[in-house]
Design a protein around this ligand. Structure first.
Ligand SMILES: [Zn+2]
Length: 426
């Protein structure tokens, strides 16, 4: 067996395994939901209306089937791009057009990004305008969608093109340790973007207005003070322009902004909003964001090192039909094929994330004035978002970055007083 045939065999084995595992997880999860039907699990009895459970079931089934179709489509596109010979053809065509060095590298990867965007278009349109719309979540108009796409394209080009030229510079001018230099550069850029994003990029897509004076604001400010949390301010985001999904989150790392969706404010009581904010502050005080950033920076170092090793190895290129090694081919092969390997790390990162969620819940219970409010806030958020009430434990293990609602409530513990009573208040 030649080295390139071995590369091909290993790749196809991982690709097939990923496909089989992912399809099985989706099917098992669908079966689990179907078997449980619209029943309400014990810890949620009396907290979730029968009609909501029914809608959750239908939404979970529809999303599961959509995920299966997406998996089939995405896998076919990847295989077609990798094995139809179109990538080596593109590289030769650019060469014939007189492009070389940095400009060929950039043109090739931009063309690949465009192909990827076009291929993902049908799914993205179906997801937004059919699936989400059927359950009343979609509020994006065709115009908003188009302007979002145009803005993303411009931001992507403004950031991506200089980044690709910079990557080429490090690869060709900094010697054998280019990957270390590029990594240091990318890390610095990421820090800069974390700082620039809330002020310059996010406002292109949404309007952020300071939370108006009033009881809610003073309660949330009191909580920030008492937990020693320094924030750049509380903001309301006009999320309802695009979707009825509800949430609250942070923007920034050093002194973050707290962002509350307008959809969130309209549904939560004061106690509930405070409990959710206490949970978010928990993530910050327990240094979860910092740890996640570190994990991201470490994995990008590992990725660049792998690229530096593989890019010097001709059998990799032969396996995918390239006559000669090139940087653009290496990046294309790894970005299209790398997912078959990194997929198997997903349970590890999901597990880490779920642990952080449990820890932030404990923090919220210890610091919010009304711990019971966290339980009812979680039930509300899950109800409004029609989360799956009966996810299969294997699916949770592999993909859930947040614990299933029932597990989360169980971990928070039973409140003193009558369990389940008064949860819908507020
Ligand atoms: Zn959280």
């Amino acid at each position: 067996m030649t080295a390139s045939a071995l590369v091909l065999a290993v790749f196809l084995a991982f690709f097939g395994a990923r496909l089989a595992v992912e399809a099985s997880l989706l099917l098992v999860n669908l079966g689990h939901s179907r078997a449980a039907g619209a029943s309400v699990p014990d810890p949620l009895r009396g907290r979730i209306a029968a009609a909501t459970a029914e809608r959750s079931l239908r939404y979970s089934l529809a999303k599961g089937r959509f995920a299966l179709a997406s998996l089939a489509w995405d896998s076919s596109v990847r295989l077609a791009l990798l094995f139809s010979g179109c990538l080596p053809w593109l590289d030769r065509a650019l060469e014939r057009a007189g492009l070389a060095g940095a400009s060929r590298f950039v043109a090739f990867l931009l063309a690949l990004a465009a192909a990827d965007w076009i291929a993902s278009l049908p799914l993205s349109l179906y997801g937004t305008f059919k699936l989400e719309a059927r359950f009343g979540f979609n509020r994006t108009s065709g115009r908003t969608w188009l302007s979002d796409q145009a803005k993303s394209l411009l931001v992507g080009l403004a950031l991506g093109v200089p980044l690709l030229y910079a990557a080429w510079f490090f690869v060709s001018a900094t010697g054998a340790l280019w990957w270390l230099w590029l990594w240091a550069f990318l890390t610095a850029l990421q820090v800069l973007l974390l700082w620039v994003y809330p002020a310059l990029i996010a406002p292109l897509f949404n309007k952020f207005t300071p939370l108006p004076e009033g009881e809610l604001r003073s309660r949330l400010e009191d909580l920030s003070r008492s937990t020693g949390f320094r924030t750049r301010g509380l903001f309301v985001m006009d999320a309802s322009r695009r979707s009825a999904h509800s949430n609250a989150y942070f923007m920034g790392v050093i002194r973050p902004r707290i962002v509350l969706f307008d959809t969130f404010l309209s549904s939560m009581s004061l106690d509930e909003a405070e409990a959710v904010l206490a949970h978010e502050i928990g993530h910050f005080r327990l240094r979860h964001l910092q740890r996640r950033l570190l994990a991201g920076v470490a994995s990008s170092l590992a990725g660049l090192w792998v690229l530096s090793v593989l890019a010097r190895w001709p059998p990799l290129f032969q396996a995918f039909g390239f006559e000669t090694p090139s940087w653009q081919a290496a990046v294309a092969i790894l970005s299209l094929g790398g997912g078959a390997f990194t997929f198997f790390f997903a349970p590890l990162s999901a597990w880490m994330s779920r642990r952080h969620e449990y820890a932030a819940d404990r923090y919220a219970v210890a610091h919010a004035r009304a711990p019971e409010a966290l339980r009812s806030a979680l039930v509300k958020l899950n109800g409004e978002n029609l989360s799956n009430l009966h996810p299969h434990p294997w699916f949770v293990m592999w993909h859930y970055t947040h614990p299933a609602l029932v597990d989360r409530l169980r971990a928070i513990g039973t409140p003193s007083g009558s369990p389940g009573a008064g949860a819908e208040a507020g």
